[in-house]
Design a protein around this ligand. Structure first.
Ligand SMILES: [Zn+2]
Length: 454
């Protein structure tokens, strides 16, 4: 790529995304995300310096302004003075992701959420004795927060209290990293299909974070257009008669969604439009299955792109590797494999690992996001070893983004295929042993069964 052409490309993008970019002066954390034009071409040394400054700044801030995290650090005997160089980053106390699931109900829930927050939470009033989770979240969100959640198979949710600035940073990071990897594909004037619930109607993080799509692209259609309350998701997590009825309803509901999307594909191909589809892989999987049965194919070629997220936990018997998926996208929709990229992110963090078009390894945006791989004793392991994914995320302003996840990954120092600097993760992410199945796709599958059945 020529640097000038890329600069122009990302400049156009930044113009569209103006509302997501904070005013100057920027903190070291803002700088690490907003300053580099190409987040995947920052040279190693420069990225190390930016990332160190950003994380040191964020750590000091949470240490000073967040009583619960301060206590946690004191218990671990670590303070900002101990963080002198990049090798000290591994000393920063990490919060297990389970912590964000350990919440009470009703009015205590509001106090619990406030307790996680760094700095001030807005005052809210809920005119009810026993508010639901969504009522509490909505009260905070109308007062300026952007709290969202994700849930696991046990029915416990992970609630993350983002303020608007943090949420915007996450959305911007997602859009920028995908658009960078898919260069020069993106243009504002194209059509998009969001394979997710309507971001403006849900508090589910995976859906909500996609509201940036409506700013990055001119015309967006949404696959699922209604609200999904947390309590309903919990109900859907159950087993037994209700759950089998839901499965039946799901089949019926899916058909409608699939037919709508096929109609859209036909129109777009006929009009010769450029299209992008982003969201849950299994929605496109259903669409491709139906097309296969009908013996229908498309030939979008360079006019089409797909970005998926959420893993492959669709109906266990249909689980498919990301590689097989993109081969099918190529066969059935005629979209080149280089235009079909998977994204890995978590509700707890604001870092998005995006596959490179050449090798489909998940590249870490290393100017700000610091990944760590831990063994069973929670010690940092070397590149090339499997372990639990943890991270230091300086973009999290309203909560300490120093978190241990339940995912098992393998990290390499450099992409084996392309020449972008910085570490990569192998494309298949697993759940760590003994961890419940989670991820947007699993959650959305359950959500969909509620949504489409009702
Ligand atoms: Zn690569």
């Amino acid at each position: 790529m020529t640097e000038i052409a890329f600069r122009e490309y990302i400049g156009k993008f930044n113009k569209r995304m103006e509302k997501y970019i904070p005013g100057e002066p920027w903190s070291p954390a803002d700088e690490a995300l907003y300053k580099p034009e190409n987040l995947f071409e920052v040279p190693g040394k420069e990225a190390d310096e930016m990332r160190f400054r950003a994380i040191k700044y964020a750590f000091s801030r949470h240490y000073e302004k967040n009583p619960f995290y301060r206590n946690f650090c004191d218990e671990n005997g670590v303070s900002p003075q101990d963080i002198k160089g990049i090798e000290d980053l591994a000393k920063i106390p990490l919060i297990p992701d389970k912590f964000f699931k350990d919440y009470p109900s009703g009015n205590e829930f509001a106090a619990w959420l406030s307790g996680l927050v760094t700095g001030k939470t807005p005052d809210i009033s809920i005119g009810k004795k026993n508010p639901t989770y969504d009522e509490v979240i909505n009260a905070f969100n109308s007062a300026g927060m952007e709290i969202a959640y994700s849930s696991g198979t046990s029915g416990r949710h992970t609630f993350i209290p983002r303020d608007r600035k943090t949420f915007y940073a996450s959305e911007y990071a997602l859009a920028k990293t995908v658009i960078t990897m898919i260069y020069p594909f993106w243009q504002y004037d194209m059509d998009g299909y969001l394979m997710m619930p309507n971001p403006h109607k849900t508090n589910v993080y995976a859906g909500k974070v996609c509201s940036m799509y409506f700013d990055a692209i001119e015309n967006v259609e949404v696959a699922i257009d209604r609200d999904i309350p947390a309590d309903m998701i919990k109900e859907a997590m159950g087993t037994g008669i209700k759950s089998s009825m839901l499965k039946f309803a799901l089949k019926r509901g899916n058909k409608k969604m699939v037919n709508r999307m096929i109609k859209w594909l036909r129109e777009k191909e006929k009009e010769g439009r450029k299209i992008s589809m982003i969201g849950l892989p299994f929605i496109l999987h259903f669409v491709m299955k139906e097309l296969e049965e009908r013996g229908e194919t498309f030939d979008f070629g360079e006019n089409g792109a797909v970005a998926t997220g959420g893993g492959w936990k669709i109906y266990e018997n249909e689980r498919m590797s990301v590689e097989k998926f993109r081969k099918r996208v190529n066969e059935i929709l005629g979209i080149p494999e280089e235009n079909c990229l998977d994204v890995y992110g978590m509700v707890e963090g604001n870092g998005w690992m995006v596959q490179c078009p050449e090798g489909h390894y998940l590249h870490v945006p290393h100017s700000y996001f610091h990944p760590l791989i831990l063994n069973d004793e929670y010690e940092v392991v070397e590149y090339g070893e499997w372990g639990r994914f943890a991270f230091l995320d300086p973009l999290a302003e309203s909560y300490p983004g120093f978190i241990i996840s339940g995912d098992r990954v393998r990290m390499l120092e450099h992409c084996p295929v392309c020449d972008r600097p910085g570490p990569v993760l192998e494309p298949e992410i697993k759940r760590a042993h003994g961890e419940e199945m989670r991820g947007c796709a699993e959650e959305m599958r359950r959500v969909l069964s509620m949504d489409l059945g009702g």
